[in-house]
Design a protein around this ligand. Structure first.
Ligand SMILES: O=C[C@H](O)[C@@H](O)CC(=O)C(=O)O
Ligand SMILES: [Zn+2]
Length: 276
């Protein structure tokens, strides 16, 4: 598990491309048969992934957590980004297909990930945040996630937002999580952008075609920077930062938030004319 510390926005002004990538980009989430985790000091969110190929993978305990088991004082959101698989939580086997979401409540001791087919492995995106009570372990399909269509073809941002873990969906202590899929020929997410200084956010971009990239924009609204993101890579977005992207092709991404309050719509929108 890698640790990433937080950045003061006035220091961020001095960062070059390499430093921005080191602090905010997670380049590798899916290595066969390995848990990849980044422990962020932004709201202590852990962003990770596992791709089981040669048999099941069981969530280990990490010394960084000083806990008997991973979810002793944490909750976990899982979205599968690829082939069909299963997640077993304390003996209960749950099927998880592409774009389905499973919430695992605090106190779950053994969480095991499997792919149904080794040649079409599942890629489980994992987001964990500190928790203070046990909410039920439960699954939601994308159809059950009350999809909302946003944007327009004219502004190249037609997209569907699926909300899984939030006030009106799967219950959690603080984790808010879902995914957005751009319609074919559309490239912009979250434009005009917003900030929510009350909480951080992580993006995991996926289904970006192999030789395409997403230009991800971040930074204080009057001091923006960009970084290029390939498929299956994640961004840590500080609470003071915009988080928006334009792809060289259409794509999908997971978004996950933690921190103050629990309402998906808590966003301070930034006028395009105010962005620098
Ligand atoms: O705070 C919310 C997050 O930034 C995302 O939900 C934005 C998003 O998915 C989109 O506009 O496409
Ligand atoms: Zn946001």
């Amino acid at each position: 598990m890698q640790t990433r510390y937080t950045t003061n926005p006035s220091d961020f002004k001095q960062y070059d491309t390499d430093r921005i990538r080191r602090e905010f980009l997670i380049e590798s989430l899916f290595t066969p048969n390995t848990f990849e985790f980044v422990y962020s000091h932004y709201d202590r969110m852990i962003v990770g992934g596992v791709m089981p190929v040669d048999g099941p993978q069981t969530l280990p305990a990490y010394d960084e957590l000083k806990a008997d088991f991973f979810l002793q004082r944490r909750e976990l959101g899982i979205i599968n980004l690829a082939g069909d698989g299963t997640v077993t939580v304390d003996g209960q086997v749950i099927d998880l297909s592409k774009k389905e979401c499973l919430y695992v409540g605090m106190g779950s001791r053994e969480v095991t990930f499997r792919s149904n087919q080794a040649d079409k492995p599942a890629k489980f995106a994992l987001i964990s945040t500190p928790a203070h009570r046990t909410c039920p372990t439960a699954k939601l399909t994308s159809a059950e996630a009350s999809p909302v269509d946003l944007g327009a073809q004219e502004t190249a941002n037609q997209r569907t937002i699926y909300k899984y873990i939030h006030a009106d969906g799967l219950q959690s202590c603080q984790l808010v999580m879902g995914l957005t899929t751009l319609k074919s020929g559309n490239i912009w997410n979250t434009m005009p952008p917003h900030v929510h200084d009350r909480r951080m956010e992580a993006y995991i971009y996926f289904d970006v075609p192999e030789n395409q990239r997403v230009f991800h924009f971040m930074g204080h609204p009057q001091e923006t920077r960009h970084l290029l993101v390939a498929t299956d890579q994640a961004i840590l977005s500080p609470p003071w930062s915009i988080h928006a992207g334009a792809g060289t092709a259409s794509y999908s991404f997971i978004w996950a938030m933690a921190g103050e309050n629990y309402s998906f719509t808590d966003m301070d929108f930034v006028q395009l004319s105010d962005i620098r």
